[in-house]
Each structure stands twice: as structure tokens, then as C-alpha cells.
Write a protein that binds this ligand. Structure first.
Ligand SMILES: Nc1ncnc2c1ncn2[C@@H]1O[C@H](COP(=O)(O)OP(=O)(O)OP(=O)(O)O)[C@@H](O)[C@H]1O
Length: 274
């Protein structure tokens, strides 16, 4: 799915009238099948931009087009139809606590199913093999019948990603998909998302706090700060100076060094047994 933003401003409905717009004057074009990383300090507007692209937050000025169609001028049925074609994955997937993992993953099949089949799936999960394949790819094959509230934070996050894999959305908007994963799992999960998106021609926009991973894995990186686009460049052109300006006064968030440093020399720790 192609995304086009022209001079877009957006603000959350709960903002005080005197507060500035959350997103300000964004011009952006993302082609169908492209993969783009969104980076920027906390509060920069990454989540808001994903919500805007996912037709969950309307522009208050300017225009958003998804595949050439303005979701906010498509009527209620048109808006629903567009939303069915995209997946907006929040940082913490809203999973009902007592639900089985299989049912939570298969929720992404609902747009493809009739109402009768959707209701039937609540009693007897339909197409469980799809959920199993997605979970296995994410290293969670043994959790298919587990209850969601018995999973760790990182496992829940992977259940959220499994939803993307079983669905048929043409646009994946994923917010911090790796925040609860250890570095190895994070890199593997991101690689899986990118590979699958590429194979299916899905457009992928992911917000990432892990800057080094964003630069290593994506060819295009967008830097957002205070609701404005600071840069939109090939990853190879994102210099340390650009990153310093992007994260100025938020340096602590720029945790990962750009170049891999020498591995630290770890001194042996004496242990005393009593
Ligand atoms: N529902 C809301 N109502 C009012 N203001 C909001 C709402 N959600 C976000 N904001 C404000 O919009 C601005 C951008 O927030 P957003 O969550 O988009 O940033 P972010 O870059 O995703 O941050 P983080 O990296 O911490 O998740 C912030 O100032 C935030 O306080």
C-alpha cells in the first residue's frame, strides 16, 4: 500500500487548545512494498504518525492518501474497508488476559472471515495451523494453547507480531515491536518481519528506539523530532551528527553506539561459597 502525506498537521483530541499540533507540516511518500524505520526521541510523535498513517488519527490540516484514497473522505464503509487492509500494531498488544494465544493470534484473520466463522473461532479456533506456523517462526510454537496472561512481556510482544504474519494486511504499522525482546530475539524478529513484508509486497513502517538496529536493518530511515520531520534518508547517509541533532537533550535514549566498539574486557568476579 502506498502512503502519501501532504503538509499534514494532526493533534490528539485531548490536547489543550493552546498546545501545539502533535504532528506539524509533514510531507512524505512511502511506496508500496517499501520498508521504513521511524526514529526520534520520546514524545517526537512516532506513535502519532503511525496512528495517522493507520487512519486512526485524522489530520487537522493537509491530506493523507492511502493508495491514492483519502480515508477521511471515503465514508464510513470506505474507511472500514481501508482499515481492514492495514495492521496498526501498538507497542503493547491489547490481548484479553484469559484468552488463549491461538485465539489472540487468529484475531488477525477476522477481516478475512465471515461473522459466523469468527464467532465459531471463539469456541473452536479456526485455522490453528496458521497461528502455529507464525508462532513457530517467532520461537513460540509451544505456547499455542497457553493463556495470554501466563506469557512474559516479550512473549506477548511476539504474539502481537504473529498477528501480522497470519493476517493479510498490505500495510504494517508497528510501534516499537522489539522493546521487550532481548537483543538476539529482537534482531531475529525484525529480520522475519522484513523478510515476510518483502516476500508479500507489504509496506512496513516501524518505529524503533534501537537506532543501531534501525540503521543496520532498514534502507530508509525517517527522523522525527517535536512532531516535525528532521530527515528522511537512506540509512547509509544517517551520520552521527544527524543523530546527535535528532536526540539533542535526549542523549540517554541514544543507547546503542553506531559502530560496534571493542568488546568490553570483563574482569573475573570472585565468588565465595559458604
Ligand atoms: N492520546 C493522547 N492525547 C493527548 N496527547 C497525546 C496523546 N498521545 C500522545 N500525545 C502527545 O503527543 C506527543 C507525541 O507522542 P507520541 O506517543 O506520538 O510520541 P513517540 O515519539 O511515539 O514517543 P515514545 O517514543 O515515548 O513512544 C507527546 O507530546 C504526547 O504527550
Amino acid at each position: 500500500m502506498q502512503i502519501e502525506l501532504s503538509a499534514v498537521h494532526a493533534r490528539h483530541p485531548a490536547l489543550r487548545p493552546e498546545a501545539p499540533d502533535t504532528l506539524r507540516g509533514l510531507d512524505l511518500r512511502i511506496g508500496a512494498g517499501e520498508a521504513v524505520a521511524l526514529i526520534g526521541p520520546s514524545g517526537a510523535g512516532k506513535t502519532s504518525l503511525l496512528q495517522l498513517m493507520g487512519a486512526a488519527l485524522p489530520p487537522c490540516q493537509g491530506r493523507l492518501l492511502l493508495d491514492g484514497q483519502d480515508p477521511w473522505r471515503s465514508g464510513a464503509a470506505g474507511l472500514r474497508a481501508l482499515r481492514r487492509q492495514l495492521l496498526l500494531a501498538p507497542q503493547t498488544p491489547p490481548l484479553p488476559p484469559r484468552q488463549r494465544v491461538v485465539t489472540a493470534v487468529l484475531a488477525a484473520r477476522l477481516p478475512q472471515w465471515s461473522l459466523a466463522r469468527s464467532l465459531m473461532s471463539l469456541l473452536r479456533p479456526q485455522e490453528p495451523e496458521r497461528a502455529l506456523a507464525a508462532l513457530e517462526a517467532l520461537g513460540l510454537g509451544d505456547k499455542l494453547w497457553e493463556r495470554v496472561d501466563r506469557l512474559s512481556g516479550g512473549e506477548r510482544q511476539r504474539v502481537g507480531l504473529a498477528r501480522a504474519l497470519v493476517g493479510e494486511a498490505r500495510l504494517w504499522l508497528v510501534d516499537e515491536p522489539l522493546s521487550a525482546l532481548d537483543p538476539t530475539r529482537a534482531a531475529e524478529a525484525l529480520e522475519l518481519l522484513l523478510r515476510t513484508a518483502r516476500a508479500r509486497g507489504v509496506t512496513l513502517v516501524a518505529s524503533l528506539h534501537h537506532v543501531e538496529l534501525a540503521l543496520r536493518s532498514f534502507t530508509r530511515v525517517i527522523g522525527l523530532r517535536e512532531g516535525e520531520l528532521m530527515f528522511d534518508r537512506p540509512a547509509a547517509e544517517v551520520s552521527p551528527a544527524l543523530l546527535s541533532a535528532l536526540y539533542a537533550q535526549h542523549e540517554s535514549e541514544l543507547l546503542q553506539p553506531l559502530a560496534s566498539p571493542e568488546p568490553p574486557v570483563v574482569a573475573p568476579v570472585p565468588l565465595t561459597c559458604r
